[in-house]
Design a protein around this ligand. Structure first.
Ligand SMILES: Cc1ncc(COP(=O)(O)O)c(C=O)c1O
Length: 377
């Protein structure tokens, strides 16, 4: 079946008791048992909930995975995946992940004996050199937030497998419509469903998709033991969101390309970061492993003052954190999403004070371009 058919039907079977075509919001904390130990597969709603199960089947299918688990946020999904490693284990972490992912390693997991090294995973020889005898996991994000650099998923999967390490890819920026890491040999996919999967900027959530049954059982055990579950209402919202994922992503991609091309020609813009531009250093790799380039575009304005002027002059684009919604959002990574990354590290990565990031929405492209033009002017 094609992607849209799966998106609309997987997990979305009509409700067995009423025939409701949309999966109902099962807003309950517990379930009646007919006799001691006799129930319908649902005992307590932290452990199982039909709305959440429907979403879990849906996104797992979209990622071409056997198993999927929905969490209360992208960060709790990432945290659950990191519970596959133990004190004394070492993780190779891409050096330009979402700031919150770095913060989880740097400020939380370090206290529990998990070692990590930040590595430029766009260079596979650097990944190879970073393996230690205790490396158990390689965690990448591609394209990265906000510099949009691309990691070769197949190469990372191969080199990690050779070293006996599991691979994880944060696929938030692409969504399964534009990139399916498992098809390239990646073991585990994580998502902030807050972004493209939900797509309407009205829910916080996260997801883990994987094929290995033993690891899946552990993730499910963590989901139940820690309890950072996605609520029934949020599960319903994301399930509604994924039905239109394909059409939304097509439009985000089309508008993203147009914005990147426009900015690349603009005299007030010093540099544009977008894998769809032929000038992007990993353009060919992006073409190989992505179905499109998406709606995330970052650009350099040259100074904090210039960035501030742009961010405060836009009228259609909204100055806000987050991304992946139908509306265009504009942000300042250095002080917003990546504030938890030390200044010298930010500078090294190119997350300068003049960098602006746009999550290009699906409004009419003429209006978005006109808005950016007047703000830059
Ligand atoms: C790439 C990426 N991964 C993970 C997260 C964390 O997701 P959440 O905010 O849903 O916890 C974000 C949030 O911005 C993100 O951009």
């Amino acid at each position: 079946m094609g992607f849209s058919t799966i998106a609309i039907h997987a997990g979305n079977e009509p409700d067995a008791s009423t025939g409701a075509v949309s999966v109902p919001i099962y807003q309950t904390s517990t379930y009646k048992q007919d006799a001691l130990g006799q129930h319908k597969g649902f005992e307590y709603a932290r452990t199982q909930n039909p709305t959440r199960s429907a979403l879990e089947r849906n996104i797992a299918a979209l990622e071409n995975a056997k198993f999927g688990y929905a969490f209360a946020s992208g960060m709790s999904a990432t945290d659950a995946v990191l519970k596959l490693v133990k004190a004394g284990d070492h993780v190779i972490l891409g050096d330009n992940t979402y700031g919150g992912t770095f913060r989880l390693f740097d400020k939380v997991l370090k206290n529990y004996g998990i070692e990590f090294d930040l590595v430029d995973t766009t260079d596979i020889s650097k990944v190879e050199m970073a393996f230690k005898s205790n490396t158990k996991m390689v965690f990448v994000e591609t394209p990265t937030n906000p510099i949009m650099s691309v990691t070769d998923l197949q190469a990372v999967a191969e080199v990690s497998r050779a070293h006996g390490a599991k691979t994880v890819c944060d696929n938030t920026f692409m969504s399964p419509y534009l990139q399916r890491p498992i098809d390239f040999g990646i073991d585990i996919v994580v998502h902030s469903t807050t972004k493209y999967l939900n797509g309407h900027s009205d829910s916080i959530g996260g997801f883990v998709a994987l094929n290995n049954e033993e690891d899946a059982n552990w993730i499910q055990f963590i989901q139940n033991s820690v309890g950072a579950i996605l609520s029934p209402f949020d599960s319903f919202l994301v399930l509604r969101g994924t039905k239109t994922l394909a059409v939304r992503m097509e439009k985000h991609d089309e508008n993203g390309r147009a914005v990147a091309n426009f900015l690349a020609e603009h005299p007030r813009v010093e540099k544009v970061y977008y894998p769809g531009l032929t000038s992007h250093p990993q353009h060919e790799l992006a073409k190989k492993q992505q179905k499109g380039f998406g709606g995330m575009v970052s650009f350099e304005t040259g100074s904090l003052e210039n960035a501030k002027k742009v961010l405060e002059s836009v009228k259609i684009c909204t100055l806000a954190e987050s991304l992946g919604g139908v509306e265009s959002l504009i942000s300042h990574p250095a002080t917003m999403t990546h504030a938890s990354v030390p200044a010298e590290k930010r500078e090294k990565l190119g997350i300068t004070d003049g960098l602006v990031r746009v999550s290009v929405g699906i409004e009419d492209i003429e209006d978005i371009l006109e808005d950016l033009d007047q703000a830059l002017s």
